[in-house]
Design a protein around this ligand. Structure first.
Ligand code: ADP
Length: 511
């Protein structure tokens, strides 16, 4: 790839190397990049080789204060919330165009930062651009979207108008770094909100690039502020800040619960997209190849670091053993390695800590289930944070490995005898993010889809995600929906305006 010139003075940058352009590494506050108030930085590590390759500003409470103040000014006094939806949409469309134009470079940053294979990073960036384009259209649609409300009482008219909720605080995870930023930034900006975004400390780089992209697209200063830093140091002060009107979070259940509890103090609006232990139910009339393909995509895509990953598979008894044999065979053939290498389908996990967590979970799994394949670090790849594609079978319903989210390339497979049993086992979880069913019988698929207690249901596939469709979970998998028109609702208030049209006295006190 071609190197770009070093960024301007005042930006904190890492100079370009052979495979990496100059990186934005400062906090983006009020339209400019700069260091943290503390002057501290933290290292960003490439999980394929455990080597640091960038240093990023380590934001803290003082930086969150500055960022919220900038967002507050931009909301209370700035042009952004007062522009037409079409004007905001034009800026969002340019952001989408700029992201699309820098796709190769942004995808490579994502691979270094997160570990995922390059073709998957390319998808992420294409999707990111698509999300900005989608919400550009929706922003335009907000113009003139007033709803007249028919009233039973004569001489009154009413209407409902949608308005931006205010300053939004967004806290995002590390599994799809730029795409998760887009899922929050694009609808918030479309709605007319201003925002403080805190990316994950493990993968801050593409989110920080969004600042430069926003500025280049003409987004007014202060509308989008980006503070890289750790959860307790930067995330917590953002959730506590009285200047923030709404919190949008994607991440683990315990952190989501803490954010919700903190938000309760000021009655901040909250939307949460949390974990999952999503089932895929495979009936015996499913072609074996297709079942194997979707199970593998469901759990090994993005190293299984996917909130909706198909981590529990229920297989109809008659095909249980043949399917298992084929699945194990194919899983062993997966090419594992550095995400930058051609042909790699499984990269390293995001960090040494995540690798250790998943390996420890696998050890626990070995005590309560049959290990079919994988179960450790692939040979020759000890330098990176790699974990083999791993399959467990024959666990009890209450086994820890069957019930808890691992966030790694580990799948549990279990047989079932009847449709009713499959539905019961699928729904027997504290999570309810996604669920999938495969069968040649369309009516059966519809019945099972209706019975699933989950926010996202796939029939004869697992994982394909569309910007137009609502995304979010039942039960402990979250609150609210992102994407589609539902994603906009997170950032809009609804105001009723009622007008009395009669001119005669009301006559209650003053007869
Ligand atoms: P994981 O354990 O997989 O990293 P988390 O839910 O802890 O998942 O992290 C998701 C995001 O939440 C990250 O951006 C992280 O920095 C942030 N975070 C972690 N702890 C807190 C906290 N106490 N308050 C606010 N944000 C937090």
């Amino acid at each position: 790839m071609t190197d770009t010139t070093l960024l301007q003075a005042g930006d904190r940058t890492v100079p370009p190397t052979a495979d990496m352009v100059a990186l934005k590494t400062g906090l983006f506050i009020d339209g400019t990049y700069g260091p943290a108030v503390s002057g501290l930085c933290f290292e960003v590590i490439d999980p394929a080789n455990r080597q640091p390759f960038a240093q990023v500003a380590r934001g803290g409470a003082a930086d969150i204060d500055r960022a919220v103040a900038a967002a507050r000014r931009a909301f209370d006094d700035g042009p952004w919330p007062r522009m037409t939806g079409a004007e905001r949409g034009a800026v969002l469309r340019r952001m989408g165009d700029l992201i699309a134009a820098r796709r190769d470079e942004l995808a490579r940053i994502e691979v270094r930062d997160n570990g995922k294979p390059l073709p998957e990073a390319n998808w992420d960036i294409d999707d990111t651009a698509g999300v900005f384009h989608f919400y550009a259209d929706l922003a335009e649609g907000l113009d003139g979207a007033e709803q007249p409300i028919p009233l039973a009482m004569p001489s009154f008219t009413a209407k409902a108008v949608r308005e931006p909720i205010g300053v939004a605080g967004a806290i995002i995870p590390w599994n799809f770094p730029m795409l998760m930023a887009a899922w929050k930034v694009a609808p918030a900006l479309a709605a007319g909100c201003t925002m403080v975004l805190k990316p994950s400390e493990l993968t801050p780089l593409t989110a920080l690039e969004l600042g430069a992209i926003a500025a280049q697209a003409g987004l007014p200063a202060g509308v989008l502020n980006i503070v890289s830093g750790f959860g307790p140091e930067a995330g917590q002060p953002l959730t506590e800040h009285p200047g923030v009107d709404k919190l949008a979070f994607t991440g683990s259940v315990p952190t989501g619960a803490r954010i919700m509890a903190t938000a309760a103090r000021d009655i901040k609006a909250v939307s949460l997209e949390l974990g999952g232990k999503s089932p895929l139910v495979v009936f015996a009339d499913t072609p074996l190849d297709q079942a194997v393909e979707w199970i593998m995509f469901g759990i090994f895509w993005n190293q299984g670091e996917v909130c909706s990953a198909t981590s529990r598979v229920l297989v109809e008894q008659s095909i249980y053993e043949p399917l298992m044999a084929r699945l194990a065979d194919e899983a062993r053939k997966i090419t594992i390695g550095n995400g930058m290498t051609d042909g790699v389908l499984l990269g390293p996990l995001v960090s040494a800590e995540q690798q250790q967590k998943v390996l420890a979970a696998i050890e626990r799994g070995k005590t309560e289930a049959r290990l079919v394949c994988g179960g450790g670090v692939p040979e020759g790849l000890e330098d990176g944070c790699f974990v083999q594609p791993t399959i467990f079978a024959d666990m009890a319903e209450d086994a820890w490995i069957w019930r808890e989210e691992l966030f790694g390339p580990v799948v549990c497979v279990k047989p079932f005898a009847t449709e009713a049993e499959a539905i019961r086992l699928a729904n027997d979880s504290r999570f309810g993010l996604a669920a999938a069913v495969m069968s040649a019988d369309a009516a059966r698929c519809d019945r099972v889809a209706a019975a699933f207690r989950a926010g996202i249901v796939w029939i004869n596939c697992s994982q394909p995600t569309f910007t137009e469709a609502p995304w979010g979970g039942y039960k402990q998998s979250g609150i609210g929906r992102e994407l589609g028109r539902w994603g906009l609702d997170n950032y809009l208030e609804t105001k009723q305006i009622t007008r009395r049209t009669a001119t005669e006295p009301w006559g209650w006190y003053l007869k």
